[in-house]
Design a protein around this ligand. Sequence first.
Ligand code: FE2
Ligand code: FE2
Length: 326
Amino acid sequence: MNWQLAKPAGPDAAMDTKFLQFPVDRLIDNSITDFDLFAHVGTHVILYSGTGYKWMRSELNGLLNHGYRHLYIRPEDTSKAAIYEKMAKLPELAKTLKPEDRLQKIQDIGATFSRYLFEGDITESTVRKASELATNIVECIQEDRRCIASISGLASHDMYTYLHSIRVAAYATAIALQMGVTDSESLKMIALGGIFHDVGKTAIPLEVINKNGPLLEAEWLLMKSHPAQGLEKIADSCLHQVCREIVVHHHERLNGSGYPHGLTKDSLLPEVQIATLADVFDALTSSRSYQNKRSRFEALDFIRHRLLRTDIAVDPFKALVECLVK
Ligand SMILES: [Fe+2]
Ligand SMILES: [Fe+2]
């Protein structure tokens, strides 16, 4: 779009009822807007940029230099615009860091991302940011799969929910790679499944999620609804079927004792079985409930003796041990 076409118009009451102002200085270099932006030129409102438009600093400066302080959005796009701003402001990852430091940074960015995920809808901006995080996780682990050993389950109680998904994504990616999945796209699907696996918890009050102590029956039922709620939440997104399977089936168990569908081993995708192990392992090694936090080795031992073959599949378990113990 050529911003030199015409001078911007002044404020217009009729315009303000149909559109909302969006300050140009809130558009971020190298970001993509997933909503239409309009310009007020002379007596006309024109579509300036359609959804999927990529912004560069030079164009933003050009707009500002030519007096375009604001563009306009449709009122129904307010929430998308707010999420765009949050996602676009998340820091970029410095690729020069070594894998374990990079993974640490990914966790920090991922925690903020997950908090935003809990606060808003899933939009194209959200999925784009999640894909970027997943790609970073895959690259890190492809470089050194044992960098997952540097992941610490330590986090404040409230932060558990936000950090957990990124850790699950990292563990699941490392397990899959160790099992021989080397294709970056397939690994990315698994990482994305990890990032979104608990997205259904956004529908459950944080007091229930973070409750310190046993859940009441009604609270437990609510918690158990999160896989189905998650699937509903990502229904309209472009996320791959593997991610959807991980979201809805990560609490299934090999012997059929899991939820929501009581599926057994043969009906569960290998990717789901991997994510389930990653989820359980992170829950066991995290400080969600301090008295139950286990060391990495205690957690592996617990899985080996209590969950293997009934709940957790053998192959991913062996792969996780190899990643952590070698
Ligand atoms: Fe879950
Ligand atoms: Fe989980």
